[in-house]
Write a protein of this length. Sequence first.
Length: 737
Amino acid sequence: MNLLTSSSNSSDNFLLLDERIQRWIWQAGWTELKDAQERAIPVILSGNQDVIIAAATASGKTEAAFLPILTRLLSEQNSGSCVIYISPLKALINDQWRRLEGLCETLEIPVTPWHGDISAGKKHKFKKAPVGCLLITPESLESLLMSNGHALHELFGGLRYLVIDEFHVFIGSERGKQLQSLMNRIDIVLKCFTPRIALSATLGDMDKAAEFLRPNAVIPATVINSTLASQDIKLFLKGFIEAPLTISVNDTNEEFISRSTQAIGDYLFKVLRGSNNLVFPNRRVNVELYTTLLRTACEELGIRNEFYPHHGNLAKEIREETEAALKAQDYPATAICTTTLEMGIDIGSVKSIAQIGSAPSVASLRQRLGRSGRRGEAAILRCLIVENKLSPESLYPDLLRANLVQAIAQIRLLLNKWYEPPKIEGMNLSTLIQQLLSLIAQYSGVTAASAWTALCGSGVFANVSKQDFSQLLRALAKNDILIQTQTGLLLHGQKGEKIVNHYSFYAAFSSDVEFQIIHSDKKLGTVPLSQPIEKGSYLIFSGKYWQVQFMDIEANKIFVIPALSGDLLLFEGDGIAVDDGVRQEMHQVLTETTLIPFLDTIAGKLLQEARATFYKMGLTSRVILVNADNVRLFFWRGDRVMNTVVLMLEQVGFRAKNAQLYIEITTSNPEILFDSLRDLASLPPPEPTVLVKNIMNKWLEKWDMLLPAELLAKNYASHTLDVIGAHEAIKKIVQSL
C-alpha cells in the first residue's frame, strides 16, 4: 500500500484533466483544486491501482474521484466506457445524481441512478447502452448480477472503475461483505481487476481499510490522506442529573418521561429554535420521544413546528418531509434522527449537532459533526449527558460517571483524529449463504468447487475453511435450501427458491433488532443488545433490576423476573460495543487532574466527583478491588475483550459480568479466583466455540437461523469475542497480583 502525504504539482495535475472539465472548473469559479482533488488526478488516471481517498466531510471527495474518472471516460468516449458508483443510501444516490448531472450534461456523459424508486425505462435505457456513470446501491447491484448473469460481460465490458462512497459504513458489516463479493464477482466475469476507489471521512486504520477494499491485494492500493486544514469546531458538553425512578411493574403502559428527558427537551427547544440543526438521540424510540416533546412545546406557544423526526422505520414520505424542511432554508427546521442523517445526504446548511448520550463510536461522532458548519462556519457540537443522582446504593459506573467520561473520551479522540479500527475478522456466514444463493442464480447453477473459489478462495470470505464450507453446504442441503445434481451442480432447493424470489433477498442485512422485555405477560419496553445473554443474566430496565429467565430468539423477546438491586448487572446499552481505544482514553480522563475546557458547570462537577472517587478507590495505581462478596477487575479494555474474559471466568466456575468499566466476579474467596486467573494466564487461549456454548442470542445476522449449531457458534465467536486480547488482559491482571 502506498501512502501519499505531500501534494503533487497542482498546475501539472490540473492540466491532466480533459480540457472540457478544465473549462467547467473555470466557469464554476474555482480558484484552485482542493488537496485531495489535486493528488487524486494522476493516481486515478493511471487506472492500474486501487485508491482510498480519506478526507474530511465537504472536502470535495466526490470531485476528487470523478474529475479524473470523467477525463478517462472522455478519452474513450466511443468505446462504451462506464463507471459504477456504489452508495449505501438511495437518498445519497439521488443527491450525487443531481451533483454530477450538471457537469456530465455538458460533457455528454449519461448519469443513471439505479435503485428501487427509479423507473424501469431509465434502467432499460442503461442496459441497452451501458455507458457513462451508473449510481447504484449494493442491493440493486446484487439484483443486476442475478438477473443478467449471462449478459454481464456485455453489460459491464466497458467498466473502468468502481467507486464506493461512505466506505467506512461498509467495513466490517454484512453489506460490506456483500459488496466485497459483488465486486469480486464482477472481476470474475470481466476476467480483469477493475480499479476500486473508496471515499471516506473516517477511517481508523488505513492498512485494514485497504485490506477490506480488496482482500487478495492482487493490485496495489494508494491512500490519499488529505492534508486539508481541519474544520473549526465549537464544543460544549452539558451534564444532567437524574433522580432515581419510582415506577413499578404494576404501572400502566403510559409513556414515562424522566426528569432528565424533560430537561433535555426544554434545553434543546431553547437553544435550537430559529436555526437548522440535527439531534441524535441514538435510538428510534428516543427520536419519537424527543420529537413529541419539542413539537408539543411549539404547539403550546402557538408557533409553527420546527422539529421533525427521521429514522429508517418511518415511511418514505415522512422522511422526505423532514429532508425538504431542512433544505428549504425559508423556515427553521431541526431533525431528530438516527444514523439515517449521519451520512452525506444533501440537507443544506446545518448550524449545529446535538448528541444525546455517548455516540455509537468516535467515527460516528465525526460523521455527525461533519454535517455542521459547511459554509465556512465552525461546526458546533453539543453533547448532552445524563448521570444518576448518587445514593448509598449507587454502583461503580455511577460513582465513576461512566457515561460522562465516555463522552469526554470520544470527544478528545475525535479532536486527535483517532477513529475505531475496523473489525474485519468475522466469518460472515449469513452473508456467505446469501452470496452463494445469488451466485447460483447468476450462473443458473455452480459447482461446489467454483463456488468455493469465487467466494472463499478469492479472499472475500477468507476466514471460512474448506471444511466449514462443506459443512455449510450439507446443512443447507438438509434444509432444502440447496440441492446437488448428479453432475455436481448446486441448485436452489424449494425453500431456497422461495428465499431468492422474495423481494427482501437482495439485502444482506436485516433491520436492527430490539428485544422486548417482558414480565408477567406485560411488555416493559424494548432494548438493543450488545452483550451475550445467558439464562440468569441480569439487566437494568426502567429503573428496576431484572433477571433473565428465558429468551425467545425468533420472537425477539426476553422474559424476566424482578431481581435484587445488589445482584450483578448487565447494563442497558445502545447495541454498540465500545472499542479498546475509547476505554483506554476513559482511564486517561480519570487519571488526569487538568480541567476539561468544554464542560459546563454540572458536567465539570460530575467529573471532579468521578476523579475523586477514582483516586479514593486507589485506581490510579491498582486494577483490582476486593470486597466481602465480590472482586472487581479493571481491565480498561473494550467490550469484545471484557465479554470474552467474562466467558472464560464462567468456564472455570465463577459468576462474572461485564459492568462497563470493570468485570465483577461474585466470590467470598479471592485467592481461589486469583489462582484461577493464574491458571488461565499460563494455559493457551481457550477455544472460542466452547466459550459461547450457553449463549442464547447467537443470531446476529439475517440468515444465521440456517446455520448448524457448530457453525453458528463459530460465527458468533468470530464477531463478538477477542480470545487473544482477553488472554493478554488476564496476563496483565496476573502480573499486578
